[in-house]
Write a protein that binds this ligand. Structure first.
Ligand SMILES: *[C@@H]1O[C@H](CO)[C@@H](O)[C@H](O)[C@H]1NC(C)=O
Ligand SMILES: *[C@@H]1O[C@H](CO)[C@@H](O)[C@H](O)[C@H]1NC(C)=O
Ligand SMILES: *[C@@H]1O[C@H](CO)[C@@H](O)[C@H](O)[C@H]1NC(C)=O
Ligand SMILES: *[C@@H]1O[C@H](CO)[C@@H](O)[C@H](O)[C@H]1NC(C)=O
Ligand SMILES: *[C@@H]1O[C@H](CO)[C@@H](O)[C@H](O)[C@H]1NC(C)=O
Ligand SMILES: *[C@@H]1O[C@H](CO)[C@@H](O)[C@H](O)[C@H]1NC(C)=O
Ligand SMILES: *[C@@H]1O[C@H](CO)[C@@H](O)[C@H](O)[C@H]1NC(C)=O
Ligand SMILES: *[C@@H]1O[C@H](CO)[C@@H](O)[C@H](O)[C@H]1NC(C)=O
Ligand SMILES: *[C@@H]1O[C@H](CO)[C@@H](O)[C@H](O)[C@H]1NC(C)=O
Ligand SMILES: *[C@@H]1O[C@H](CO)[C@@H](O)[C@H](O)[C@H]1NC(C)=O
Length: 680
């Protein structure tokens, strides 16, 4: 439907209260979110609460690497298999970029894309859809300058997947398909890897032609073609569009198993248990990944795959989507432990990672696969139910029902399986993108049409409103009120820059022309001069006034990570001794004389755990040889903020040493979560 003239339509609906919502969900850290996130509310309160929780997960995983910019991390703390000193893991990077594309501050996707395709990236660490993630961000923000400089590197990375020398993944010329080890596909213990071990293990091995890596490479090839098209490079655009088409044909022809009515793996591995090119012997949730990336044709051959998503004997668990089916011989057999804790496996548990892919695929199906959706009588009610089930997985019964997303779940109970100290607030999946592109239904496009098609079900959802959604330089709001009793206007409204441009009495597709604005101002990139990349990096380096100093905790206070989740989950930063009226300090050696003029200080508080903000603090430099207070500008030192950012500005000083000197409150510790220092 094309837009009607704005004045003919209902007047503006009530706008959401940004101060009140961000304070309600983020407390003293609200200023970080206030102008960065789209606001959202809905009648399904779990979906609303998890939406804001997922922004806190996003914020917690934005690691500031100083002059190397921001990247998204996967675990809050360091794990042994990450790429150091960055803490880089690329397997979830497509989710990170699809979540981040809705952040009104483009810095996070812009920096991350540049990092992933820059000299410090690690593009073959896992299978990846990084180029697609960059393109998906472009579809929302419309800023070509974030994507086009990466084009050459994207082609190099794409071509590199052709090499089999890494031994964990590559391209089989005779089959025209990519293959990978399930572990390197970020999914250890699949049917392929377990069966290739004769049922004995499955952590490694099980090389297979999988629906995942071939769909990722399809999406990457299309992204490269589209980005080349933005630059006018028709030769590259044509070449990569051709590679995508060829891969699509091969995946559809070779990985579709008509007996199972599903896209499943074929073995690359050939050993005494499994035979090259044979199909695996069961359905897996990974079979929907082709739809995540809009690969399959909408026809009756492939449509039946979706019957298996809703069948409770197959992929539909009571509390989550299973990664493979109960009929598989080694379904839910636990092979791997860390001590007594079960470790990650993909032989049945519900994984937020693949739930996100399946829901993205389902939104695509409902949006633009009419024949497949009709064949399956699969509807927005199914989408809403699975999304709600996924939202409810975020409430962790093992940690008192708090919001805490972890690795994998028992689909029968909804309890997390791993539950290690590293597990809380795991950023290995998406949710914000499911809300904004699915439930609320803004369908990002490269052209100058704004299109919405909400997948929230009219029977289950009485109202929702999302606003301040950034799109091609505009602010979009989308509102639904089933009866008109909530917002005063019945139906679906689409608003651009505060004007209603289209509406409908029902939840349906709406489109309108949207003028492409000139590119927005350049992203602001203040550089944190205090970041120490790893605890053993030379400079900057921290030291403290107490004798029994914990190097990791000191590093934590300058590692570029900021979060305020309670201590009982994952601690972050240096704890002072409990206050007795004396001062303590945290000192920085910047390695060279450096100009500084501003700080952002993050203090954690939780009274029941014995933490309070310090009763007083000041900043000193050793510009003159001895330690002297900096000359604070403005109104002096601002009152210290707990679980938020305390800002201080001073007349610029050139010094190699800086200290944060503070007096912990009486009987309470102060935790310095992060100390950031800037030149201006
Ligand atoms: C990968 O190898 C195949 C087979 O040689 C070739 O057709 C394809 O063009 C190659 N792709 C790239 C990106 O080099
Ligand atoms: C390239 O972009 C133009 C204009 O945006 C579009 O019409 C065309 O379909 C695109 N071509 C490809 C191959 O995507
Ligand atoms: C589907 O896979 C199963 C299990 O490997 C196999 O027995 C069957 O023959 C396959 N179906 C087709 C049509 O190839
Ligand atoms: C579905 O599409 C595939 C690939 O184009 C084709 O091989 C198959 O015959 C189609 N099925 C039907 C029922 O048209
Ligand atoms: C559900 O799955 C089971 C196990 O595969 C199958 O026997 C049953 O027919 C399926 N039910 C429907 C309605 O398709
Ligand atoms: C929309 O209205 C709000 C509240 O009045 C205002 O702050 C904002 O600047 C307006 N946005 C645009 C794009 O006009
Ligand atoms: C008071 O606290 C300081 C700093 O933690 C410590 O060095 C000192 O020993 C404490 N004094 C007493 C009397 O406990
Ligand atoms: C100090 O500055 C010099 C000259 O710019 C540079 O080469 C050196 O790497 C810097 N040292 C540190 C520790 O940053
Ligand atoms: C403070 O800590 C207690 C005990 O660990 C915890 O139950 C509570 O949720 C925390 N409070 C806040 C606001 O995080
Ligand atoms: C300032 O402190 C740094 C770090 O401790 C030290 O290396 C440097 O020599 C000091 N500079 C002066 C002028 O005292």
């Amino acid at each position: 439907m094309w837009s009607l003239a704005p004045l003919l339509l209902a007047s503006l609906a009530a706008a959401l209260d940004a101060d009140s919502l961000t304070t309600q969900y983020f407390g003293n850290d609200a200023p970080w979110y206030r102008d960065r996130i789209p606001l959202f509310e809905t009648s399904l309160s779990d979906i609303q609460d998890v939406y804001y929780y997922r922004w806190s997960v996003f914020r917690a995983h934005q690691r500031d690497l100083g002059s190397n910019g921001y990247i998204s991390t996967e675990f809050l703390n360091d794990v042994s298999w990450q790429e150091q000193p960055w803490a880089l893991l690329i397997d979830a990077s497509n989710f990170h970029l699809r979540e981040g594309r809705w952040c009104r501050d483009r810095r996070y996707t812009s920096d991350y894309g540049a990092f992933l395709f820059g000299p410090n990236g690690d593009p073959y660490q896992f299978s990846e859809a990084m180029a697609d993630g960059v393109w998906q961000a472009y579809l929302v923000n419309g800023v070509a300058d974030d994507a086009t400089p990466l084009l050459s590197s994207m082609q190099t990375v794409y071509a590199g997947w052709n090499s089999t020398t890494r031994g964990v993944g590559g391209y089989d010329v005779s089959k025209g398909l990519y293959w990978i080890q399930p572990l390197t596909d970020a999914t250890e213990y699949t049917i392929a890897s377990i069966d290739a071990s004769g049922g004995e293990d499955g952590f490694t091995g099980g090389y297979a032609f999988r629906p995942s890596i071939n769909s990722y490479q399809y999406a990457n090839a299309l992204a490269i073609a589209n980005i080349a098209n933005l630059t006018g490079d028709t030769a590259v655009a044509t070449e990569y569009a051709g590679l995508a088409q060829a891969l699509k044909t091969r995946l559809q022809d070779a990985l579709w198993n008509s007996t199972f009515q599903h896209f499943i793996d074929r073995y690359k591995e050939d050993n005494s248990y499994v035979t090259y090119w044979d199909f695996i012997r069961g359905r897996e949730l990974v079979g929907y990944v082709p739809w995540t990336h809009d690969l399959p044709d909408d026809n009756t051959t492939y449509a039946p795959a979706w019957q298996h998503l809703l069948n409770t004997s197959e992929l539909a668990g009571a509390h989550g989507l299973r990664t493979n089916e109960p009929s598989y011989q080694y379904y839910m057999v636990q092979y791997r432990y860390d001590g007594t804790h079960p470790e990650c496996q993909w032989n049945g548990p519900a994984w937020p990672y693949q739930t996100t892919q399946a829901l993205t695929g389902l939104a695509n199906l409902l949006d633009h696969y009419p024949l497949s959706a009709a064949t399956n009588t699969i509807t927005t009610t199914d989408y809403t139910n699975i999304l709600l089930q996924y939202a409810q997985l975020h409430y962790n019964p093992s940690r008192g029902g708090i919001l805490d997303i972890e690795e994998d779940y028992n689909a029968a109970t909804g309890a997390p399986i791993v539950g290690l100290p590293r597990s809380p607030h795991y950023f290995h999946s998406g949710f914000i993108d499911l809300i904004l592109s699915g439930y609320v239904g803004l369908r990002p496009r490269a052209d100058d049409i704004l299109e919405i098609n909400p997948q929230a079900s009219a029977s289950a959802v009485s109202y929702f409103r999302a606003e301040r959604i950034p799109y091609h330089g505009h602010d979009i709001a989308i509102q639904w009120d089933a009866t008109g009793s909530y917002y005063g206007t019945q139906g679906l409204l689409l608003q651009v820059d505060n004007s209603t441009v289209a509406s409908s009495p029902t939840l349906t597709r709406l489109t309108t022309k949207i003028t492409r604005l000139p590119p927005p101002p350049a992203v602001s990139r203040p550089i944190d001069l205090a970041v120490q990349l790893a605890a053993d990096s030379a400079y900057p380096v921290g030291s403290v006034s107490t004798a029994d100093a914990d190097t990791d905790a000191i590093h934590g206070a300058i590692d570029g990570r900021v979060w305020f989740f309670p201590q009982t989950e994952v601690a972050n930063g240096w704890d002072s001794p409990a206050g007795n009226g004396s001062e303590v300090w945290f000192a920085l050696d910047l390695g060279n004389v450096t100009r500084t003029a501003r700080s952002e200080i993050a203090f954690f508080v939780n009274a029941t755990q014995g933490y309070a903000v310090p009763q007083a603090y000041r900043v000193q430099s050793n510009a003159t040889g001895g330690w002297e207070d900096v000359a604070v500008t403005g109104g002096g030192y601002s009152a210290p903020v707990g679980n938020g950012i305390t800002e201080v500005e001073w007349a610029g000083v050139d010094a190699r040493g800086l200290r944060l000197v503070f007096t912990p409150s009486s009987g309470k510790m102060a935790r310095l979560v992060e100390w950031k220092v800037f030149a201006e």
